[in-house]
Design a binder for this molecule. Structure first.
Ligand SMILES: Cc1cc2nc3c(=O)[nH]c(=O)nc-3n(C[C@H](O)[C@H](O)[C@H](O)COP(=O)(O)O)c2cc1C
Length: 220
């Protein structure tokens, strides 16, 4: 599909959630750790991993996972993962449980600023796991990337194909996360079994966004 435009429209800030925070509330991420593995090796070694070591993930490695998932790679704002019409309807949130150099919490990730904004402190990992069919890997992981969909502009452009296009895009982002994890020697797995209603009760996700997919990871 041809991009209609390269300008980026963000949904309106929801009540009670400062999505694109002020400069003061932003945490600039460090340069992403280099990915020291050839693509064919990443593809060969990527495997879903559901058990993680206790050790925290360094912030530079989390920065690399986020860059792989949704990094900006062109002056016009295009990203590592493709997006129908370059609309980028998926919003990224970080669940930090054990990240060296980052307080535990739930953060909005802004790919354009490569920055995090704290939205909630001390999110209970067990409760997040419960909202994901009580999966042990969620209870054990060091960090996760929650993708939510904001359908506003996508629906205006693509009508009935909206949900399908958003899901396809989530898959692209997921594979980028996993390949970067493989390159860094981290374990990772997709978590599709999530309860979007429970997630929204637990985490300050804007009302007009829909939780789609959780990508998690940790040290092996
Ligand atoms: C869309 C999607 C959702 C998934 N959801 C889960 C999940 O909720 N829990 C889980 O343990 N694995 C989940 N997986 C991982 C699959 O179980 C895994 O990819 C499959 O067993 C193949 O193994 P591999 O990834 O090591 O090649 C999901 C994978 C995909 C693509």
């Amino acid at each position: 599909m041809k991009p209609r435009t390269t300008t980026h429209e963000h949904p309106p800030a929801p009540v009670g959630v400062s999505r694109r925070a002020t400069a003061a509330g932003r945490i600039a991420l460090p340069e992403p750790a280099p990915l020291p593995m050839r693509l064919d090796e990443c593809l060969k070694t990527r495997r879903s991993t559901r058990e993680y070591a206790e050790a925290p993930v360094p912030l530079q490695q989390l920065s690399a996972l986020l860059w792989a998932a949704q990094g900006i790679t062109s002056p016009g704002g295009l990203r590592t993962a493709p997006s129908a019409g370059a609309i980028y309807p998926l919003k990224s949130y970080v669940l930090a449980f054990r990240v060296q150099g980052l307080a535990a919490g739930f953060y909005a990730f802004d790919p354009e600023q490569r920055a995090l904004t704290l939205l909630a402190k001390a999110v209970g990992q067990e409760r997040v796991a419960k909202a994901c069919e009580d999966q042990q890997c969620v209870a054990e992981c060091a960090a996760g990337l929650l993708l939510t969909a904001w359908y506003g502009r996508l629906r205006r452009e693509f009508g009935g194909a909206t949900e399908r296009l958003a899901l396809i895009e989530a898959g692209h982002i997921g594979q980028n996360w996993h390949l970067a994890a493989a390159a860094l020697g981290l374990g990772s797995v997709s978590v599709g079994k999530i309860d979007p209603v429970a997630i929204k009760l637990l985490l300050p996700v804007p009302e007009d966004e829909h939780p789609l997919y959780l990508l998690i990871g940790g040290m092996r």
